[in-house]
Design a protein around this ligand. Structure first.
Ligand code: MG
Ligand code: ZN
Length: 269
């Protein structure tokens, strides 16, 4: 039997995209809010070294007796739109390959997916690897140690070029195997993968009011276009914007309901 079903890839950023928080700062707020000052000082002194910062934070939490169960309780409470969770179920039912690409860490993401019963629906989690060592301390490593400083793309932190990961997924044998590719993101780290997508296959869903929307709007302005990204929901008739000569379709979303409605219309249409 011939399978005429479209091959669809949907890649989600985790922090402030799939979930409504930054998981790293959420954990600190829940487990040790007095570490806020340490975090901002470290960040000022070592910009671009977020994974190294979280290594230090996890060390301090271990010293205070924070256990895996404490982390898991906090992760279970991370705010998330039920419509985003429903969108993942919808994508999976439609046969889409659903993946997560994040600069957080594998432990947070996998614990979150498990809590919400989504683990079997996600084919890949690409993030900084994290595990508990024999003493019970959470350890995190950079996603890659191979990337020279600065990363050749000039857009990403040294530990993770999300664009390179996405490119590897899209071109396993130098040819795109997907009929459509969706990328849901919010931050500056999502610009590199967004720009690796091209029309008519690629769609970028940028969260309204965040860095990715601002950066993509600047790209539109470079093309001499009005820097306006249309709302991406089934109820809105605006066609998505086009980035560059062959770049992806781009639209913005304000809520999980927008994301869910958009995928409903795309997958049923
Ligand atoms: Mg994010
Ligand atoms: Zn990059």
């Amino acid at each position: 039997m011939t399978n005429n079903r479209q091959q669809i890839l949907c890649v989600w950023d985790f922090d402030n995209s799939l979930i409504d928080e930054n998981s790293d700062t959420w954990i600190v707020e829940k487990l040790a809010p007095d570490l806020r000052g340490f975090m901002s000082e470290f960040h000022r002194a070592h910009p671009g070294q977020w994974t190294a910062l979280m290594q230090q934070v996890f060390f301090k939490l271990h010293e205070r007796g924070i256990t895996r169960a404490d982390y898991e309780r906090s992760i279970n409470d991370i705010p998330v739109s039920s419509a985003n969770l429903e969108a993942i179920r919808l994508l999976h039912r439609a046969g889409a390959d659903v993946r997560i690409l994040s600069d957080a860490n594998t432990f947070f993401i996998e614990a979150f997916l498990k809590h919400h019963g989504l683990s079997p629906l996600i084919s890949h989690v690409a993030s900084n690897p994290a595990h508990f060592d024999l003493t019970g301390q959470l350890r995190i490593d950079p996603y890659t140690l191979a990337c020279p400083l600065p990363c050749p793309c000039q857009l990403c932190p040294a530990n993770l070029c999300k664009g390179q990961v996405l490119s590897d997924w899209l071109h396993p044998v130098s040819q795109c195997q997907f009929d459509r590719v969706f990328y849901v993101g919010d931050g500056a780290g999502d610009l590199c993968p967004a720009l690796r997508l091209s029309r008519p296959v690629g769609y970028v869903l940028a969260r309204a009011g965040c860095s990715l929307e601002r950066l993509l709007s600047k790209r539109l302005a470079l093309d001499g276009l009005v820097p306006h990204l249309p709302q991406m929901a089934a109820t809105n008739a605006d066609p998505p914007a086009k980035i560059g000569a062959a770049g992806p379709w781009v639209g913005v979303w304000r809520s999980g309901e927008d994301v869910f409605q958009f995928f409903s219309s795309q997958l049923n249409g």
